[in-house]
Design a protein around this ligand. Structure first.
Ligand code: NG1
Ligand code: MG
Length: 582
């Protein structure tokens, strides 16, 4: 049963995060979490924060290269009920102490207290600190919470959300103490499945701690959606994955019935895009996206995290090599968001400025498309054999067809000394690799960024045609859906062969989906397991789901409830929110 609640409508990133009042009786799931909260903590919750998971329709592994992506929020979500501790209970006097429970019995209750500590980042700072102490100057301090990034623990995501609230709102002496808090988590987003249970947890946690500490609206200061996205992205990075901002942005900015074109450069922006409908007979029907879980868990803490972080590094190295190949000046490198570590999006911008001096940020999508098209060929210069040839290095011992570069080769190619190279590219992340696949990753990113822009173009021109139909105008809507499907299939192919983030089960499942009536099918999220997303005309959704349930080997022997959790149709849903209980 789904809660019938007022759906807030947002239009711009500058909107504040107002709180909304509901009564305990308003919705079944909200009631359940509220009642369980009362049973566990002997008081009613003050707030319930809600954050949805997301499905990415297209644009995989390009958010951290700062290219635009195309997700929608889904209905499945995380709820966190919370209230300040009852003052008569143990620990209620420890600033910021948390009792965290989870309705799912698999996740044991946890309690933790954050520690306030002084910043000691370098010897120079410590010396300065000693001097400041002597001079009685106000010192900066920060909050610390132990997060074990080597092990998958549910409460890590709660702590990650809390971290940002503590460090953004409680470091000045004037800000008072954080509240001791009771909280209860429940969720319907399947974990480790590429639909962002992690971001839903972090966003819900960030919102819950903001609300319970009365920080959502403080005097004239309100937390905007844009601010919440950047806090949630930083917070999630504390769990040890150097992700881009797609998931948190989708969970926060999601809007019912619209997909989101989210761009990150030069700053976060979200455009609501209507998905085309299709005309079948005299009926107008929607395009439906069906999520199907491969049931291979991609936990992002052990295997997938290392692979994910390696992709981030390879992608950054590709950007540097490409910038060097294009002859971009030293001033370009120093002016990047992270100085001396350009992203591919920044390289494309600089390349366009050289080619068309009138180019200014934000670069219009059409021009960005033309720049990416030109770069598709230039990327060939990043092949292992080409780079080795240019550096006069021997290829002896390199397996045939290997297009990657060994560590010593890539260091040489960057022209950096080893110490600097390690500092800039390896010191902030756990990465192990025999070959760095610069060419393949760059090829995926450039073509995937192009596919996102084409996907957006198809949607925009379909809605233009729908609002002013003319006989022999642009393609029919079915052709639009087929065009979207073709782009999704090309994305899957590129994820599988160039980015190598698919797996045999995902490859098989997407094929089964195509044979069962999908117009397009691809992995969604980080990959290496988790879910696929398929584009299916609405009238065929039931037969499609039935066929996939019968054909995918991983679904054999599952009961109906498990099957319905594994494969389900989604519509773009609304984003995160906080409900205040009265
Ligand atoms: P998932 O699969 O939801 O963990 C990850 C990243 C995204 C993005 C995608 C690949 C996190 C939190 N999110 O998503 O930023 O890079 O992979 O497109 O790691
Ligand atoms: Mg995740």
């Amino acid at each position: 049963m789904t809660a019938e609640l007022p759906v807030p409508v947002y239009t711009s990133l500058g909107d504040a995060f107002p709180t909304q009042e509901i009564t305990l009786k308003q919705a079944a799931r909200f009631n359940e979490v509220a009642e369980q909260f009362i049973a566990r903590f002997g008081q009613k919750p003050s707030y319930i924060a809600r954050a949805p998971g997301r499905v990415n329709l297209i644009g995989e592994h390009i958010d951290y290269a700062l290219f635009g992506v195309f997700p929608t929020a889904i209905e499945q979500d995380i709820l966190i009920a919370c209230a300040p501790h009852d003052p008569s209970r143990p620990h209620s006097r420890d600033p910021g102490h948390v009792n965290a429970h989870n309705i799912h019995p698999k996740y044991a209750p946890q309690s933790f207290t954050p520690m306030l500590r002084r910043r000691r980042e370098s010897i120079a700072q410590q010396e300065k600190q000693a001097k400041d102490e002597a001079d009685d100057v106000h010192l900066e301090s920060d909050w610390h919470l132990e997060i074990d990034t080597r092990e998958l623990r549910w409460e890590s995501y709660v702590k990650a959300g809390y971290y940002g609230v503590l460090n953004n709102y409680f470091t000045a002496a004037s800000s008072g103490h954080p509240q001791p808090v009771d909280l209860l988590v429940t969720g319907t987003v399947p974990p480790g499945s590429g639909v962002s249970s992690s971001a839903a947890m972090v966003v819900a946690s960030t919102l819950a701690f903001l609300a319970v500490n009365e920080k959502l609206e403080e005097g004239s200061e309100t937390v905007t959606k844009g601010r919440l996205v950047s806090m949630a992205v930083q917070n999630e990075n504390r769990v040890g994955v150097n992700s881009g901002g797609m998931d948190q942005a989708a969970s926060i900015l999601g809007t019912a019935n619209s997909a989101l074109y989210i761009s990150f450069y030069p700053s976060l922006a979200a455009e609501l895009v209507t998905l085309p409908t299709t005309i079948s007979g005299s009926l107008e029907e929607e395009a439906v996206f069906v999520v199907a879980n491969s049931l291979v868990v991609s936990d992002k803490v052990v295997g997938a995290k290392t692979r994910y972080n390696l992709r981030v590094v390879e992608t950054l190295l590709a950007a540097r090599l490409l910038a060097t190949h294009l002859g971009l000046p030293p001033s370009f490198f120093t002016s990047c968001v992270t100085p001396n570590r350009p992203t591919l999006r920044e390289v494309v911008g600089a390349f366009l400025r050289v080619r068309y001096p009138d180019t200014v940020e934000p670069i219009p999508e059409q021009r960005l498309e033309s720049g990416l098209e030109l770069l598709v060929d230039v990327i060939e210069s990043l092949r292992g054999d080409v780079v080795r040839g240019a550096l006069g290095l021997e290829s002896a011992g390199v397996p045939e067809g290997e297009s990657g570069l060994k560590l010593e080769e890539i260091i040489k190619a960057t022209g950096m000394d080893e110490k600097t190279f390690r500092e800039v590219y390896l010191s902030w992340v756990d990465v192990e690799a025999t070959y760095f696949q610069i060419y393949k990753r760059a090829r995926h990113i450039v073509t995937e960024a192009l596919r996102v822009l084409e996907f957006r173009d198809v949607c925009l021109s379909a809605s233009r045609t729908a609002s002013s139909p003319s006989e022999d105008d642009s393609p029919s809507n079915l052709t639009s859906l087929q065009a979207l499907g073709t782009l999704m299939n090309a994305s899957q192919e590129s994820c599988s062969r160039m980015f190598e983030c698919s797996c045999p089960e995902l490859d098989l499942l997407t094929k089964i989906c195509l044979h069962s009536g999908a117009l397009g099918s691809r992995l969604t999220g980080a990959g290496w397991g988790g879910c696929t997303v398929s584009l299916v005309p609405a009238s065929q959704v039931d037969s499609f789901i039935q066929a996939v349930k019968e054909k995918y080997p991983g679904y054999q022997g599952l009961d109906e409830a498990k099957l319905n959790e594994a494969i389900f149709a989604t519509r773009p849903g609304s984003g995160a929110f906080v409900y205040k209980l009265t």
